[in-house]
Write a protein that binds this ligand. Sequence first.
Ligand SMILES: *Cc1c(COP(=O)(O)O)cnc(C)c1O
Length: 404
Amino acid sequence: MTLAEAEALDAADPLAPLRDRFMRPDGLIYLDGNSLGMLPQASVAASADMVERQWGERLIRSWNEGWIDAPTRIGGKIAPLIGADAGEVIAADSTSVNLFKLLVAALRRDPARTVVVSEAGNFPTDLHIAAGAVGCVPGAELRVVARDDLADALGDDTAVLLLTHVHYKTGARFDMARWTANAHAVGALVLWDLSHSAGAVAIDLNGANADLAVGCGYKYLNGGPGAPAYLFVAERWQAALGNPLSGWMGHAAPFAFTDDYVAATGMKRWLTGTPPVLGLGALEAALGLWDGVDFAMVERKSATLFDMLLAAGKAAGLECVTPRDPVARGSHISFRHDDAYAITQALIARGVIGDFRDPDVLRLGLTPLTLSHVDVWHAGRLLGEVIASGEWQRPEFTVRAAVT
Ligand SMILES: *Cc1c(COP(=O)(O)O)cnc(C)c1O
């Protein structure tokens, strides 16, 4: 693709106006919105209002002026992005903590079902939390198998199949309807981690008949560093499953201050402690960006951006490990190279921010709301230059930082 062709695509891009609704540092091509989304302008204003007026002036009165309902309200705004009903999603805690709550609840549903099945190479926290969750339920066990062995690992002892919809490293996407049906065929629940798919691809939890889901607020949803996460419980399970982290905010009447725990109805029972109001404010403002956004357009643009970087990577001799079929991947592209870390650093030095995933993956996020085709055209050009020049071999690019 030529630069002129990329410019023509931008001119015809229905998502192009959204780019200006983000803070965009000069001279930077940001291909890491899959890890930490860019800052929406609306979040700047919302955060200032939250701090100065809602906290500074209104003080504790703000709890009754919108704060106490924020987790439910924001859950309702996330719901349409993941194919859920408004009353099936709540914003709370981190993805890790939400995984714990739902896994323990799924294990307690039926004492005859004791096994959590998940994929080897799943995002680390999913496996670590699953190990912690089975440790909290007597008799429970974690079965972690390769992707190809997942179907065989399911059985009548399976309590829950825990899958990450889009793989953080390769970008490979599970067929949600098919794997939900596979879990249901043995009587198990399915728990989807949507961290790398919400805001990246069209998701239809209810269309797939999914049971449970969690996901991040700070990746494609642009909620800000450490933004609150969310969880989904299908309406049909809401009365049957209980939150093991039974805190006062999940109580039916938190301000009755009673000794005994009585779970709230609906999604509120999945709250534990006091909601992180400042973070929720930034997340809520960021969610406004999706009003009227059609995921068919998001997926189409993502596919074009993918093809541009795939061609650039191929020309540079890089091996792409992400599926070529758009429905079988999320919205990032990953290349394998023995020196992927140094290449990532050399790209960052040229103003193209991607990231490295141990041990050998260069990962480039393609966020259709924040990137133009011209941005990605230049990223492809710079990737080619960094490889062809051998500049990534400079010693400073091999020094590992704490966060890669
Ligand atoms: C990013 C990510 C997480 C992060 O969990 P935190 O609790 O926010 O640290 C979890 N799971 C997956 C699949 C992720 O991609």
